[in-house]
Design a protein around this ligand. Structure first.
Ligand SMILES: [Zn+2]
Ligand SMILES: [Zn+2]
Length: 926
């Protein structure tokens, strides 16, 4: 694909904005309506920006531009997410490190410094991309989650939550990555869709009941957890059977009998409560365990009896707590069996082999199931009971639901749907990570009594520890700080955990301002934000964590309006993959069709209603043609005559009245949709308007610009100037480049005045408009459309005038529109009647048709020769057709004017041959 002229026009605009500080001016200009607050959801700077980032960046640009034009001050500050596993994994690869012990050998300080130095490696590439797509944002003054000020505010927030008794330490079963050696939160795994389908050998195991002649059957997809088994769970309400097969007796749920055993004779049927209290011997030791009740047991799969390993399952742990079961932790932190050293995933085979030789496997089944993987290192995760710190979401839940009522969600269904459901079902939030490059949890614990102190500021840390100069509060800098316990005089030491980096993301509204250590008034005046936008998965992530923090700290929602986007897939519906290169390169799309086209395409798509989009280059091209190319053609036509404007008459011409009514309708539609944060319905009407402007208004008005009627010409010019000016303002938030180009030129500023830009203009207000003129013109176009199709059925070229066209619709159309219809249909008279087209051609009509063919033919030769309206020519022609000769003689003056000729004569000095009405004519032009 080649670069086109619009690429240069866009770059001219970018240079102008840079040179003139237009963005800064748009923030500092007068803001009669006050502040409008926008929060940037910070990306990681550890990779290059992709379509998803462009999508959210464009959404984060369009809305603030709109509110700026509406008279608000909209600060836009870039942010960087710096901490956490993404950068840690990169550094581990860089350094060839594969475990936490190696990090500790290297030294945490060195490791953290390596993270620090590389975390913004891609910042320059981001800067270039963000600039090129036309996003206005303060990049230089960006906040970073690893800045001392930012981290200190996170500490403050945490201490406030501690004071409100919203923090506790507990043991819980969490998804755990044995490579990163840290728990992973459910929403992180769900967000990046880290569940993958894998195949595993599953087994039905016989648990021989002590003192009875039968076994209980239980099914497991994770045989490696059997050594940790300490109970079997049944439901008291399920029907179970004792069944006999091949001389052996088994107990399982009645509903599962056919599936698991097949043909068997049923000896007895009973409810699950009959099984409770039965004892069995462990498969791996001499211990005895029992059957307990569990309300989560069902008969969807398995046997209706669940093997319980409290250390390795969520339900298992709860049952374990309830019945005081032993918790057997058989794995170490790296996922290896403590006794044999075998990795958990690899242990399945050996365990199955052992159980087979013991004769306790009833049957085996290979199944495909979805299994969670680490979103950063792709290692298979497992559930593990570990000590961790939590925010108590249960205590906040009802207030969070209440505060959600104040949020305007786009699309609307997310409010009571995904977001509210997410709050209702959310577990307590595990906020601790056993990692390094993050904000340390500021909890100091006594090493001999249970005393705990939480530090909420750098000053407090200095006061406690006696340190004089604290420039950094990462763990390597502060873990050495300790002091005497108030209660027992022993040593207070920091716990080793750091924060889940989502705590930092959730603290962003106040932490970016270093609140409450600075900017108290500014923060309080501008909280909550009016607008945020991110993709759908953030409903359970960033949107959620901000809501948790703001509810806990301020008892408020942190944002008032949220636009949630869908996900971009390639044309086949596949996820975009950089390594597979299965999608068109964004920079090539921008080179070919401009950033404006990409912006309008994305903003007008169902993505902005949180649905997925199959990215189509053809559709970008279509948007490009309908918005950019056609608008530029309209402008170019206007430019030819613009110097002749000398007054701006208000117009009584029906076409002018119509296009002005349409403009007001457009402004109304766009304004209402933008006020409602419905971006697709704000963008889509623009292309329709440009189409009307070009294919109807300009097409029917062309002769007015060329004609002798001075007043009418001024009215047409004045109307066009008005339309182009307001249209460029309406387009400005969405297509900031082409609108700047058109506005600069039409306004006469031509990029000469650094204080002038369409983006510094006020948003146009719509005036009440005449609905009838819009309806009538619609009807007129309907009549034309029907008439044109009759013409084409009759094989009549549009340049051949016809005597009449009749239609019933004449009854309902105002006489003002009739001449427009007649000239567009090229007929002498519009009549009342059934659709009938007059095709009888008098000599007069034939000559009129020939005249039009001649004008078109000669003007196309002029165009091919590259002549402009300033070039006058001499035309010579040769033909045997009497009627053509007669036509030229009769309309010589008219023709000369239409083709800008000084003379039209018969002569042999001709160049090209044409056919008009089946006769040959040769034409020459000098
Ligand atoms: Zn991992
Ligand atoms: Zn103590």
């Amino acid at each position: 694909m080649e670069k086109n002229k619009f690429d240069n026009l866009e770059k001219e605009v970018l240079d102008f904005w840079d040179k003139s500080n237009t963005f800064e001016k748009s923030v500092s200009k007068e803001n009669p309506n006050g502040n409008y607050t926008f929060y940037d959801g910070p990306p990681f700077g550890t990779g290059e920006p992709h379509y998803g980032h462009m999508l959210s960046s464009i959404a984060k640009d369009v809305v603030p531009r709109y509110w700026t034009m509406k008279g608000y001050r909209v600060e836009r500050r870039w942010g960087w997410d710096c901490h956490g596993l993404p950068i840690e994994n990169i550094i581990e690869k860089d350094l060839g490190i594969g475990s936490k012990s190696q990090i500790e050998e290297l030294g945490i300080e060195k490791f953290n410094q390596a993270c620090y130095s590389r975390v913004l490696d891609y910042a320059d590439i981001w800067d270039d991309t963000i600039r090129r797509i036309g996003r206005w944002v303060d990049f230089k003054n960006s906040y970073k989650t690893m800045d001392l000020n930012y981290m200190e505010s996170v500490w403050w927030g945490f201490k406030e939550m501690w004071k409100k008794d919203l923090v506790y330490e507990g043991k819980k079963v969490l998804l755990y990555c044995p490579r990163c050696e840290t728990p992973i939160s459910n929403f992180e795994v769900a967000m990046d869709n880290s569940y993958k389908d894998i195949e595993d050998d599953t087994i039905y195991v016989k648990f021989k009941i002590l003192g009875k002649d039968f076994s209980i059957l239980a099914w497991t997809t994770t045989p490696w957890t059997l050594p940790a088994n300490t109970a079997l769970a049944v439901s008291e309400n399920i029907d179970y059977v004792l069944a006999e097969k091949d001389g052996q007796k088994y107990v399982l749920a009645k509903d599962r009998l056919a599936e698991v055993i097949g043909d068997a004779s049923i000896i007895e049927e009973f409810k699950g409560d009959n099984l409770i209290g039965l004892k069995y011997k462990s498969l791996f030791s001499e211990e005895e365990f029992g059957v307990v009740s569990g309300d989560f047991v069902n008969t969807e799969d398995g046997t209706g009896i669940v093997h319980i390993a409290p250390a390795y399952g969520e339900d298992d742990y709860i049952v374990g707590q309830k019945f005081n079961l032993p918790i057997k932790s058989v794995l170490d932190d790296k996922g290896h069996f403590k006794d044999t050293g075998v990795y958990f995933e690899k242990a399945n085979g050996e365990i199955i082999k052992k159980l087979e030789s013991d004769g306790v496997i009833f049957s085996k089944l290979r199944v495909k199931h979805s299994y969670p993987h680490c979103h950063r290192c792709d290692t298979k995760l497992f559930y593990r009971a570990i000590p961790a710190w939590f925010f108590n979401i249960s205590k906040l839940r009802s207030q969070m639901i209440e505060n959600n009522k104040n949020i305007n969600w786009c699309p609307k269904h997310l409010k009571e749907g995904r977001f509210a459901k997410g709050i209702e079902q959310a577990p307590d939030w595990n906020i601790s990570r056993n990692r390094y490059f993050a904000t340390p949890i500021p909890i100091w614990k006594c090493d001999s009594c249970d005393n705990i102190e939480v530090i909420g500021s750098v000053q407090e840390l200095k006061d406690k520890s006696g340190a004089v100069d604290v420039k950094d509060i990462h763990n390597h800098s502060i873990d050495g700080f300790s002091w005497r316990c108030d209660k027992c005089n022993s040593q207070m030491k920091r716990i080793s955990e750091v924060f889940d980096c989502w705590v930092e993301s959730g603290s962003m509204p106040f932490a970016q301002m270093h609140y409450p250590f600075e900017n108290v008034e500014k923060f309080e005046k501008n909280f909550p934000a009016q607008y945020i936008s991110e993709y759908i998965s953030q409903t359970r992530a960033w949107f959620y964590v901000m809501h948790v923090m703001s509810t806990a700290l301020f008892n408020k929602n942190s944002f008032e309006n949220v636009v949630t986007t869908g996900v971009i897939l390639n044309e086949k519906g596949e996820k975009l993959s950089k390594s597979k290169k299965n999608y068109p390169d964004p920079s090539k799309i921008i080179d070919s069709f401009g950033a404006d086209s990409l912006r309008a395409y994305l903003m007008g798509s169902s993505l902005m209603h949180a649905e997925n989009l199959l990215f189509s280059e053809d559709e970008v091209k279509d948007i490009y043609r309908k918005n950019i190319v056609i608008l530029w053609n309209i402008y170019s036509f206007y430019e030819m005559y613009s110097s002749e404007i000398n007054s701006q008459e208000s117009s009584d011409n029906i076409l002018d009245q119509w296009i002005i009514a349409r403009l007001n309708q457009l402004i109304e539609d766009v304004t209402k949709s933008m006020d409602d944060y419905d971006l697709p319905n704000a963008v889509r009407p623009i292309a329709d308007f440009i189409n009307d402007f070009s294919t109807w208004y300009l097409r029917r008005s062309r002769d007015r610009f060329k004609g002798d009627d001075v007043l009418d010409k001024q009215m047409a010019l004045g109307t066009m100037k008005h339309i182009l000016t307001d249209l460029s303002k309406v387009m400005a938030p969405f297509m900031p480049f082409i609108s700047e180009q058109v506005w600069q030129r039409v306004s006469g500023h031509n990029f000469q005045n650094e204080d002038k830009s369409v983006h510094l203009e006020e948003w146009p207000e719509f005036q009440s408009y005449d609905q009838e003129v819009i309806e009538q013109m619609k009807l007129a176009r309907k009549i034309v459309e029907a008439g044109l199709s009759k013409r084409s059925d009759a094989g009549m070229k549009i340049r051949q005038p016809l005597p009449y066209y009749s239609t019933d619709l004449v009854k309902t159309i105002n006489t003002k529109y009739i001449s427009i219809i007649e000239s567009e249909l090229n007929i002498q008279e519009l009549r009342f009647g059934r659709n009938e087209l007059g095709v009888e051609l008098s000599e007069e009509l034939l000559m009129e048709g020939i005249k039009r063919e001649l004008v078109r033919t000669i003007n196309s030769i002029r165009k091919n020769m590259g002549l402009t309206i300033n070039d006058t020519v001499a035309v010579s022609f040769e033909t045997d057709d009497e009627l053509i000769i007669k036509t030229i003689e009769m309309f010589k003056d008219d023709l000369s004017k239409s083709v800008l000729a000084s003379k039209i004569e018969r002569g042999s000095n001709t160049q090209e041959e044409f056919t008009i009405n089946n006769s040959i004519i040769r034409i020459g032009i000098k």
